[in-house]
Design a protein around this ligand. Structure first.
Ligand SMILES: CC(C)(COP(=O)(O)OP(=O)(O)OC[C@H]1O[C@@H](n2cnc3c(N)ncnc32)[C@H](O)[C@@H]1OP(=O)(O)O)[C@@H](O)C(=O)NCCC(=O)NCCS
Length: 196
C-alpha cells in the first residue's frame, strides 16, 4: 500500500500501551496547531485528561513516526453502541511535518479503517479558518462532503470488502516490518556512534 513511508517516516497503528506517546505528541503541538486540533485553546491538563479517555475498544489511532517518535496522528473514535455507524476523526501533525502529505496519508488510512468497521458517517470537526484541513478533506471529496464549521464525510463504500480488509491487514504488516527496520537502524546508528 502506498504512503506507508512519508517524508522518511512510518505510518502504523498505535499499539496498546502507547497512549503516553500520543499524549507527548499532542503536548508538543504548537499553540496554533493544538487549538486547531481541539477546536479552541486547551491546557496541558485538558490534553492529558483527553488522552486518558481513549480506550482501545472504541478508538483507532494511526501514527506517523520519525526515528521512533510520534510526529503525527489520526484518531478514529466511534460513538459506541448508540450510533454504531458513526465515528469522529481528528488529525494532528507537528508543525515541521505539516504540508508534506502526512495528513493525506493518515486520512487515507483512517478512511480504510472506518470502512472496514462499517462506519458510514465520519465527522471531522474543523474550525472555519482551518483552510488546510478543508483542502485536505476536499482531496477526498469523492468520499466526503463537508460544510463550513464542521466536516461531515460519508464513506462511499459503507461495507468492508475482502479486498479492503486485506489492504488494512497488509498495511499493518508492512508497517510492522518497516517499524522494526526503523528501530534496527536506530540501534545501528547508536552502535556506530558508540564505537566511533
Ligand atoms: C490539517 C492537517 C491535518 C493537514 O495535514 P498536512 O499533512 O499538513 O496536509 P497535507 O500535506 O496532506 O496537505 C493536504 C492538502 O492541504 C493543502 N495544503 C497543504 N499545505 C497547505 C497550506 N500551507 N495552506 C493551505 N493549504 C495547504 C493542499 O491542498 C494539500 O494537498 P496537496 O498537497 O495534494 O495539494 C495538519 O496540517 C495539522 O495537523 N494541522 C494542525 C491540527 C489541525 O488543524 N487538525 C485538524 C482538525 S481535526
Amino acid at each position: 500500500m502506498r504512503d506507508l513511508l512519508v517524508d522518511g517516516g512510518v505510518i502504523r497503528k498505535l499499539w496498546i500501551g502507547e497512549v503516553g506517546k500520543y499524549a507527548a505528541h499532542l503536548l508538543r503541538l504548537d499553540s496554533n496547531s493544538r487549538s486547531n486540533r481541539f477546536g479552541g485553546r486547551v491546557s496541558d491538563e485538558f490534553v492529558r485528561n483527553y488522552v486518558g479517555t481513549i480506550s482501545g475498544l472504541d478508538s483507532i489511532v494511526h501514527g506517523f513516526f520519525v526515528d521512533g517518535i510520534l510526529r503525527g496522528a489520526a484518531e478514529l473514535r466511534s460513538f459506541g453502541r448508540a450510533l454504531p455507524n458513526e465515528a469522529e476523526a481528528a488529525f494532528s501533525i507537528e508543525a515541521p511535518w505539516q504540508s508534506h502529505g502526512v495528513g493525506s496519508a493518515l486520512l487515507e488510512r483512517t478512511l480504510l479503517a472506518a470502512r472496514n468497521r462499517g462506519i458510514k458517517l465520519l465527522h471531522m470537526s474543523c474550525l472555519a479558518h482551518n483552510r488546510r484541513m478543508q483542502q485536505l478533506a476536499r482531496k477526498f471529496d469523492a468520499e466526503l462532503t463537508f460544510d463550513f464549521g464542521s466536516v461531515v464525510g460519508e464513506v462511499t463504500a459503507p461495507q468492508a470488502t475482502p479486498v479492503s480488509l486485506l489492504r488494512e491487514f497488509f498495511a499493518d504488516g508492512h508497517a510492522f516490518a518497516t517499524d522494526a527496520l526503523d528501530a534496527q537502524s536506530r540501534l545501528l546508528k547508536k552502535d556506530q556512534a558508540a564505537s566511533g
